[in-house]
Design a protein around this ligand. Structure first.
Ligand code: DAH
Length: 339
């Protein structure tokens, strides 16, 4: 019996386990009810009385050693365990929920896409502008009443610095630096000093388009407008141009499209006229070309500008402008399908 105990003591001393499974097998082999140590305990009663003391001591020593060894293994094993037994690294990850694009971005991208197909490239300018780019270069005379058309945010300390009221300022930024042919589209945010309500906001978004080259005529403008309207609102869409006034274009016009909600029959949205206004446009005034260093005897051009909120309202019937800047997730989620 003593020999057997010695043998087991040596074995226990050498025990190793690579993972939780192996360790449990060792525990069963040595320490379970039917394990090697319990078997020896069961034989203890056959040990002659004079040896009982020594064998008993040895048996207890073996049991304690086995228990200590197994818990030591367990501890060391738990500390270094990377958890690979419990985590299935091959399982597919949880799907990451992506957000949705903002409706104004969806529409802006659509507008850019249509014009990009016609060869227009994107140009950008600063939102904090100077008087020259927002007004003077665009033919607004110093005391021209047209400056009152837009309620401007001026910086009190320096009235020459303004928040741009329209993206037309990017026209002159580009024309100052580039000679024709110029074919650009300028999306961006603009600011006006308006009380916030369901139909007005102190900031909104516009897209400006400008084409300057030799022999550009009003016909070119009309053709691009028609194509844009049909691409944006459907092939059945009709346009009409009404004479208008902007300091930077001559002649100027405003464009209506046949109401895309009632198809032109008349509804509350188009105030029963069958038409809804969507943008301003015209031939670039020669004064604007000249103020940017472009020879107006050689070159001509057309320009147009539209509000992205307005186009979005028409496409998606958003009744309250304020929804666009509140970031209410329920509102934004409604555009998931359009993404
Ligand atoms: N800048 C004008 C506005 O903010 C829109 C506009 C009208 C732009 C006519 C143009 C244009 O380029 O030709 O209301």
């Amino acid at each position: 019996m003593i020999d057997k105990i010695q043998e087991l003591l040596a074995e226990v001393d050498q025990l190793q386990a690579a993972n939780a499974g192996e360790l449990e097998a060792l525990r069963i082999k040595y320490l379970s009810k039917k394990g090697a140590i319990n078997e020896l305990m069961a034989d203890f009663r056959h040990v002659p009385a004079e040896q009982k003391k020594e064998v008993g001591m040895r048996l207890n020593e073996l049991k304690t050693k086995a228990q200590d060894k197994i818990s030591a293994l367990k501890e060391q094993f738990e500390n270094t365990d990377t958890g690979t037994d419990d985590i299935d690294l091959t399982r597919t990850a949880y799907p990451v929920k992506l957000g949705t694009r903002h409706p104004l971005s969806i529409v802006k991208n659509e507008i850019i896409d249509i014009f990009a197909r016609l060869g227009f490239s994107i140009a950008e300018g600063p939102e904090i502008e100077d008087d020259w780019h927002v007004f003077s270069s665009l033919n607004f005379a110093e005391d021209h009443p047209a400056r009152d058309m837009q309620d401007t945010f001026f910086i009190e300390a320096n009235p020459d610095v303004v928040l741009r009221t329209h993206t037309s300022s990017v026209q002159t930024r580009v024309m100052e630096k580039t000679q024709p042919p110029i074919r650009i589209i300028c999306p961006g945010r603009v600011y006006r000093n308006e009380a916030i309500s369901y139909r007005a906001h102190c900031f909104f978004h516009q897209v400006e388009a400008l084409y300057v080259a030799e022999n550009v005529s009003f016909t070119d403008l009309k053709q691009v407008l028609l194509l844009f309207a049909k691409e944006m609102f459907g092939a059945e869409t009709q346009i009409r141009l009404r004479p208008s006034y902007f300091p930077f274009t001559e002649p100027s016009a405003e464009m209506d499209i046949s109401c895309n909600i009632c198809g032109g029959k008349g509804c509350p949205f188009c105030k029963y006229t069958g038409w809804v206004e969507i943008l301003g446009c015209g031939m670039v005034d020669p004064n604007v070309l000249e103020s940017c260093g472009i020879d107006s005897k050689v070159y001509s051009g057309y320009a147009l500008g539209m509000g992205i909120e307005r186009i979005t309202n028409l496409k998606y019937q958003v009744k309250d402008l304020r929804l666009f800047s509140e970031n209410d997730i329920r509102f934004l989620k409604e555009f998931e399908a359009a993404n």
